[in-house]
Every structure is written in structure tokens, then in C-alpha cells.
Design a binder for this molecule. Structure first.
Ligand SMILES: Nc1nc2c(ncn2[C@@H]2O[C@H](COP(=O)(O)OP(=O)(O)O)[C@@H](O)[C@H]2O)c(=O)[nH]1
Ligand SMILES: [Mg+2]
Length: 202
């Protein structure tokens, strides 16, 4: 994917404020601080398009970005944060389910996991939601620069065991080295292409 333009469109919490359903959409999900924003920035070749932060749980909004005037990327609010008010945590589930269940242009979700961590209950619940809503899903395992090749293989086995995902359904990525960037775009393209005929038939 050759990215020629990428712009912030808007933030939203509820459907009335989402941008119109004009373009195929890819949403990025994962726990707070896992590297969602960094992944999107690498994909679009823009260091600061999506704000990255070392303070988990800051961005409890859906953030929409338009790429090449025809593809929407959505940075979904992270989960698993400890230090946010209970009221905010309670909003998260309904906000996420509403988006996943209602967004007709949603072509696929990229679920991001950390190579160094055992997937959490929330990661597994997210995978179950995606399956329940029949949303094509790509699992990207990020921060691979932080572990050796040996450790990577070991952790991939842990992730496969905890999530039930086959090993070949995970892509390895690093925002630091940019390893995996082309593979992620390639897989997104395949998932969107597979989804397109149904969207046309609607
Ligand atoms: N070494 C390394 N650090 C990363 C990588 N991806 C993200 N980070 C760092 O992890 C922190 C959280 O990243 P961010 O993209 O804001 O995570 P988000 O909360 O999921 O959007 C930041 O300090 C990033 O610089 C990566 O692939 N490798
Ligand atoms: Mg972020």
C-alpha cells in the first residue's frame, strides 16, 4: 500500500458522531499501551499522526483517520487500563460493542497483542466478540524488537495456546524496526477484498 495522504477526521463516542459510512474501514483494537497508535503511524508513514502515549487509558474515544481519500482507519479505545475512573471503564464495553455491531463499512479489525505478554481475559473476550459479530480479524503481535528470535517463538506458542489462534494467523510486527509493515497492509488488503462483494450486494 502506497500511502500518499493520511488525515485525522474526527473523534467520536457514539454513532451519531461517527463520520458517514462512505469508505471501507479498518479498526485497531488492543489493550492500552500495546502499541495501537504506533502501528497506525508506521502503516501511514507519519510519525505523529496518531498520538502515542506512555500513559495508559488516556484516549477513551474512537479516532477516525482517512488514508488516500478512500480508506478509514479507526484507533479504538484501549482496554485493560487500571488507573481510570470506573465510570469510564463502564462506558468502554457498550461503546465498543455498539461500534462493532453497527458499523456497516467495517471491513476488518486488527487486534494487537504484545509479544512479551500472556494475552489477558480482555484480549480473549475481544477475539470472541469479533467472532460473534463475524468480523474478519487480523492478529498483529507487536514490539517484536524487544525479544530475541528464540523468545519470539516461545511467546508465539503461548499466545496461540491462550487464544486458540493458529500460529499462521498472527503477524509479527515492530514499530521500531518496521518489520511486518508490508505483511500487515497485505493481509488488510486481502480481508477487505474478501469482504467487498457482500458490501456491494447490500
Ligand atoms: N520498542 C517498541 N516500543 C513500542 C512499539 N510500539 C509501541 N511502542 C511503545 O509503547 C508505548 C505505547 O505505544 P502506543 O502506540 O501509544 O500504544 P496504544 O496505547 O496502544 O496506542 C509507547 O511508548 C511506544 O513508543 C514497538 O513495536 N517497539
Ligand atoms: Mg493510542
Amino acid at each position: 500500500m502506497h500511502v500518499t495522504s493520511a488525515e485525522f477526521v474526527k473523534s467520536a463516542t457514539k454513532p451519531a458522531n461517527y463520520p458517514p459510512e462512505e469508505f471501507p474501514e479498518v479498526a485497531f483494537a488492543g489493550r492500552s499501551n500495546v502499541g495501537k497508535s504506533s502501528l497506525i503511524n508506521v502503516l501511514v508513514n507519519r510519525k505523529g499522526l496518531v498520538r502515542t502515549s506512555s500513559t495508559p487509558g488516556r484516549t477513551q474515544l474512537l479516532n477516525f483517520f482517512l488514508v488516500n481519500g478512500g480508506l478509514m482507519l479507526v484507533d479504538l479505545p484501549g482496554y485493560g487500563f487500571a488507573k481510570v475512573p470506573l465510570a469510564v471503564k463502564k462506558q468502554w464495553g457498550p461503546m465498543m460493542e455498539t461500534y462493532l455491531a453497527s458499523r456497516r463499512t467495517l471491513g476488518c479489525v486488527v487486534l494487537i497483542l504484545d509479544i512479551r505478554r500472556v494475552p489477558t481475559e480482555e484480549d480473549c473476550q475481544m477475539l470472541q466478540w469479533l467472532r460473534a459479530y463475524d468480523i474478519p480479524t487480523l492478529v498483529v503481535v507487536t514490539k517484536c524488537d524487544k525479544v530475541s528470535k528464540n523468545e519470539r517463538a516461545k511467546q508465539a506458542a503461548v499466545i496461540a495456546r491462550e487464544t486458540g489462534l493458529p500460529r499462521d494467523e498472527m503477524l509479527f510486527f515492530s514499530a521500531l524496526s518496521r518489520e511486518g509493515k508490508d505483511a500487515v497492509w497485505g493481509r488488510i488488503g486481502e480481508l477487505l477484498a474478501a469482504r467487498a462483494p457482500a458490501a456491494v450486494a447490500d
